[in-house]
Design a protein around this ligand. Structure first.
Ligand code: HEC
Ligand code: HEC
Length: 344
């Protein structure tokens, strides 16, 4: 990073922090010294991709953006070159990482470069950003991992790097993930969700959940509206196959065009429609019973066994999650860890 960029970055972060502090003071009105603010990046300052120089890195990053936006056309299961077929479905990364990773609470990819390497509880190993991208390829895209040196992977990594150019490594970003609305104290209800689906989703995603292809005979042209279940959707090992992730994503982003500032669905409807979507058939990933070597680190809403606790699969799929969480906390105290019996 050049000094110049670093200086600009410091000014921007400084401004954001100053802004955050001044609003905090305006609300709090106390003389006590405010707690040291974490570097919380509120305004994301992303370089303009089209203004990147026409050199190797600029071209690679723009190619990466194109892969994120039109994954199906570059590495989808129906592209002409069989060796390039890494994704197993015709989704685009940007169908979930909305606006190619630039939308708050739309699973943004800002700052991702700085988050890795990181410990992955799912694999029990430290994983790099490259491993993390492959997890989405394998699960969200129901496909095959790439090698790090493969050009599409290099391009995706270059894109992600540019997204994070102005985000300090120790910063948290506001708008990360898909949000966290309050949980229900009942199980989410797929049959109520079916009614919500018919009213709020079926016009676009269709009654059969299979979405709308751009071209009926050329699947490599992807979807105008992506499928939510069926053979061309994400598999059961994907993050989106977890109720908490999906319900929040839908609440903050769907019907498409919705923003977290003004959600369309109320939380009950979002939980129930997510339960309905996740009760429909989708591809199954072989070997997921070996995820999470320490079962106490498995998310409460992972929809597949084994579990550390004795709650039924149904409750892990649809909630309520608070009783499971309490049990996990107790087990963590008494047992420390619970090894996954499927790993030897
Ligand atoms: C079906 C939806 C879906 C698709 C398609 C998808 N992802 Fe993801 N991705 C997710 C979810 C959910 C997460 C987890 C977010 C979280 O943990 O909060 C995630 C996480 C990630 C992360 C880690 C982000 C971070 O900050 O830790 C990266 C990087 C990523 N995806 C890249 C990709 C790429 C590249 C593609 C396309 C090849 C892709 N994803 C396709 C849903 C998807
Ligand atoms: C106005 C049309 C429209 C409506 C209505 C709509 N969606 Fe979507 N949805 C889309 C589009 C388009 C995308 C892809 C967004 C993109 O690529 O930028 C999408 C993406 C998604 C995704 C992530 C990608 C995937 O295929 O898994 C999910 C999940 C989703 N929608 C669920 C829902 C649910 C549930 C509802 C009803 C509450 C809903 N949507 C209503 C158009 C719509």
């Amino acid at each position: 990073m050049t000094r110049h960029v670093f200086y600009r970055l410091t000014v921007i972060v400084g401004l954001a922090v100053a802004l955050a502090c001044s609003t905090q003071r305006a609300f709090a009105q106390t003389d006590a010294a405010p707690p040291l603010p974490k570097t919380d990046v509120v305004v994301w300052h992303v370089p303009a991709f089209d203004a990147l120089p026409d050199d190797e890195n600029g071209r690679l990053a723009r190619y990466g953006r194109s892969i994120i936006e039109a994954t199906y056309a570059h590495i989808g299961p129906d592209v002409a070159n069989p060796a390039a077929r890494y994704a197993g479905n015709n989704l685009a990364c940007a169908n979930c990482h909305l606006r190619a990773g630039l939308k708050k609470f739309g699973l943004p990819l800002i700052g991702a470069s700085a988050d890795y390497p990181a410990y992955s509880a799912r694999s029990g190993t430290v994983s790099s950003l490259f491993d993390r991208v492959n997890q989405c390829l394998k699960r969200s895209m129901n496909g095959q991992p790439m090698r790090e040196e493969d050009r599409p992977m290099q391009a995706i990594l270059a894109y992600l790097d540019v997204l994070s150019t102005n985000i300090p490594a120790d910063a948290t970003i506001t708008g990360a993930g898909a949000g966290a609305m309050p949980e229900l104290d009942r199980a989410a209800d797929p049959s109520r969700g079916a009614i919500v689906y018919a009213r709020n989703c079926a016009d676009c995603h269709r009654r059969d959940g299979l979405g709308v292809r751009r071209n009926a005979v050329l699947p490599e042209m992807g979807y105008a509206v992506p499928p939510l279940w069926g053979p061309d959707s994400f598999n059961d090992g994907a993050g989106t196959a977890r109720l908490i992730t999906l319900a929040n994503f839908v609440h903050d982003n769907m019907p498409n065009g919705t923003s977290w500032i003004a959600p369309t669905l109320n939380p009950d409807d979002a939980w129930d429609v997510a339960a309905f979507v996740l009760s429909q058939p989708r591809p199954q990933l072989a070997g997921i019973e070996r995820d999470f070597p320490d079962l106490l680190l498995k998310p409460v809403d992972a929809p597949y066994p084994p579990y550390a606790d004795r709650f039924p699969v149904e409750q892990h799929r649809f909630g309520p999650f608070a009783p499971i969480r309490a049990d996990i906390a107790r087990l963590k105290e008494t047992r420390g860890e619970i090894p996954n019996p499927n790993i030897r």
